[in-house]
Design a protein around this ligand. Structure first.
Ligand SMILES: Nc1ncnc2c1ncn2[C@@H]1O[C@H](COP(=O)(O)OP(=O)(O)O)[C@@H](O)[C@H]1O
Ligand SMILES: [Mg+2]
Length: 273
C-alpha cells in the first residue's frame, strides 16, 4: 500500500500498535514559548531514567525542535530497520538508554518549516506510527507552545494520554497562560498532572541572596485558581543554560543543586500518581 493512501484511522491504529503498551504518556505543554518546556521535558526524562524507569522522549515541536541540541545529538543519523525508524539512544550507564526521537532528525538543519495544519498532522502521524520504541515505562512528549495543531494531533492520535504537565514562569500572566493549557486538556479529556513554575527566583551567585527576576508564586497561584495540582518550583540557574547549550542534561551534572532537587521532587510526584 502506498503511504499516501493510509487513512487517518489506519495511522491511528499504527500509532497505537507502536505505543499502546507504554503505560505512561505525558505531554509537556505551556501557553507560550521560552518558559522551559523542553528543559523540563529533558530533565524529567533523565530524572525518571535515574530512578530506574525506561523512558522515551518525543520532540514534536515542528518549528523549534531543540531537544537534540539540548542533548548534544543534533548530528544523529536515523537508522531504519524493517520494523521502522530506530530512535536515538543516549547511554545513561549500566547498559541503559534514554530513547529520543525528534522531528529535527528528519528536517533540514536551520531550514524553517512552513507547513499548514493538515501537513503537520500528517507529519506527526507518520512520525509516531513509524518509530520502533523499546520497552518503555514512560513516553514524554515535548510540545511547542500553545494549543495548536501539534498538541491536538498528539491527542487525537494517542487517545490514552496519561496527562499533561503545564510549564509556566512565575509572573502574573502565568494564570492567563496556564488557563489556556488547562482548558485545552479539560476539553480533550486529558487529566492535568500539574503545573511546574520554572525560572522561579535566582540565588545570587555572589551574595546568595534571592533575586526574584520574574517574581515567584504565580504558577502556584495559577494552579490553585485553576484547581489543578502544583508540582513544584524550579529556580533560575545559569548552569541550566550552559548545559542546554552544550548538550548536557543538567540533572545529570548538577543533581544536588536546588534546581536538580526540584526536578527530582517533581518526578517523585509524577511517579506517585
Ligand atoms: N530554570 C532555568 N534556569 C535557567 N535557564 C533556564 C531555566 N529553564 C529554562 N532555561 C533556559 O531558557 C531557554 C528556553 O528554555 P526551553 O526549555 O527551550 O523553553 P521552551 O521549550 O518552553 O521554549 C533555554 O535556553 C534554557 O536553557
Ligand atoms: Mg521547546
Amino acid at each position: 500500500m502506498n503511504k499516501a493512501q493510509v487513512s487517518f484511522e489506519d495511522r491511528k491504529e499504527l500509532v497505537q500498535k507502536r505505543i499502546g503498551r507504554i503505560k505512561n504518556k505525558i505531554m509537556v505543554m505551556s501557553g507560550k514559548g521560552g518558559v522551559g518546556k523542553s528543559t523540563v521535558a529533558v530533565n524529567l526524562a533523565f530524572a525518571l531514567q535515574m530512578k530506574g524507569y525506561n523512558v522515551g522522549l518525543v520532540d514534536v515541536d515542528i518549528h523549534g525542535p531543540n531537544v537534540p541540541k539540548m542533548l548534544g545529538i543534533e548530528d544523529n543519523k536515523l537508522d531504519t530497520t524493517e520494523e521502522g525508524i530506530v530512535p536515538a539512544r543516549i547511554p545513561i550507564g549500566a547498559g541503559r538508554f534514554l530513547e529520543v526521537m525528534s522531528l529535527a532528525f528528519m528536517l533540514e538543519k536551520d531550514t524553517p518549516v512552513i507547513w499548514r495544519g493538515p501537513l503537520k498532522m500528517t507529519a506527526i502521524q507518520q512520525f509516531l506510527a513509524d518509530v520502533v520504541w523499546g520497552e518503555l515505562d514512560y513516553l514524554i512528549f515535548d510540545l511547542p507552545p500553545g494549543t495548536g495543531d501539534e498538541p491536538l494531533s498528539v491527542v487525537q492520535l494517542v487517545p490514552d494520554v496519561t496527562g499533561s504537565i503545564i510549564v509556566t514562569t512565575p509572573q502574573e500572566v502565568a494564570l492567563m497562560d496556564s488557563r489556556r493549557s488547562v482548558n485545552f486538556s479539560g476539553k480533550l479529556g486529558i487529566p492535568v498532572i500539574g503545573v511546574v513554575e520554572n525560572m522561579s527566583g535566582l540565588k545570587c551567585p555572589h551574595c546568595t541572596k534571592d533575586i526574584n527576576l520574574f517574581k515567584t508564586g504565580g504558577g502556584e497561584k495559577a494552579a490553585k485558581e485553576l484547581k489543578v495540582p502544583f508540582l513544584g518550583r524550579v529556580p533560575i540557574d545559569p548552569r541550566i543554560v550552559e548545559d542546554c547549550d552544550s548538550g548536557k542534561p543538567f540533572i545529570l551534572t548538577h543533581r544536588d543543586s536546588e534546581a536538580g532537587k526540584a526536578f527530582n521532587e517533581i518526578v517523585e510526584k509524577i511517579i506517585g500518581l
